[in-house]
Design a protein around this ligand. Structure first.
Ligand code: MD3
Ligand code: FE
Length: 200
């Protein structure tokens, strides 16, 4: 379903066993050389979401190759392949360099305020995969945080691709719905979101 120009939502895209494999991989990445953590924003705010980066680390609004001397692990081939498959599926060119993967974990109270993703120079699409609890996702406009926006439910296994004019749209996660995730993917609580990006 094309939710807005360039924004394609494919509900229940990823089979259950592949979801479980991804959850387990996220757990490994989260406990790697740069452990999953709450990002601190330049203004001193702390994000309620916890995140871990592959390929490039995000450090106060810029992408870096290492964090305090520790090299960022590469984006694994399985995620690169997943991104290529996702783009082909929704009709985007698979000519895409999956340079960055960002894994966000939401506990029951975590949210993500309305923002634009403009730290990448590339205007290639962003590929997003949701796992675990459902959430209310707010997809807005390219001008400002406020209305008009559309609220959608993202569920475990959903694919969302944001390309074209939607690439710079404001978006956020209003809330999650605790306890709504599948019980057989080894994620007893919370929500994971993986975004795969080209840095440019
Ligand atoms: C629309 N993550 O990491 S994924 C983020 O569910 C982020 O964790 C949310 O926003 C999450 O930056 C939303 C959906 C998403 C990701 C990237 C986008 C929507 C987007 C980039 C441009 C437009
Ligand atoms: Fe974002």
């Amino acid at each position: 379903t094309e939710v807005a120009p360039g924004a394609v939502h494919v509900p229940d895209w990823l089979p259950r066993d592949a979801q479980r494999d991804l959850v387990r991989a996220c757990r490994r990445w989260a406990t790697g050389p740069i452990p999953m953590r709450h990002q601190v924003l330049p203004g001193g705010g702390v994000m309620s979401v916890k995140s871990v980066c592959l390929g490039w680390e995000w450090d106060a609004y810029t992408y870096v190759r290492e964090l305090r001397g520790v090299p960022v692990p590469p984006v694994p081939p399985e995620l690169r392949a997943l991104a290529t498959r996702a783009l082909a599926e929704v009709g985007y060119t698979p000519d895409f360099d999956a340079e960055i993967a960002l894994v966000n974990f939401y506990d029951d109270a975590a949210r993500m305020g309305m923002h634009q993703d403009r730290d990448e120079e590339s205007r290639a699409p962003v590929v997003s995969i949701s796992l675990g609890d459902s959430c209310r996702f707010r997809f807005g406009n390219t001008e400002h945080r406020g209305q008009p926006y559309t609220d959608l439910t993202l569920e475990s296994g959903d694919l969302f691709v944001f390309g074209g004019p939607s690439r710079l749209a404001y978006h956020g996660v209003v809330r999650t719905f605790p306890g709504t995730g599948p019980t057989d993917i080894d994620l007893p609580r919370g929500r994971l979101n993986i975004t795969i990006r080209e840095k440019g």
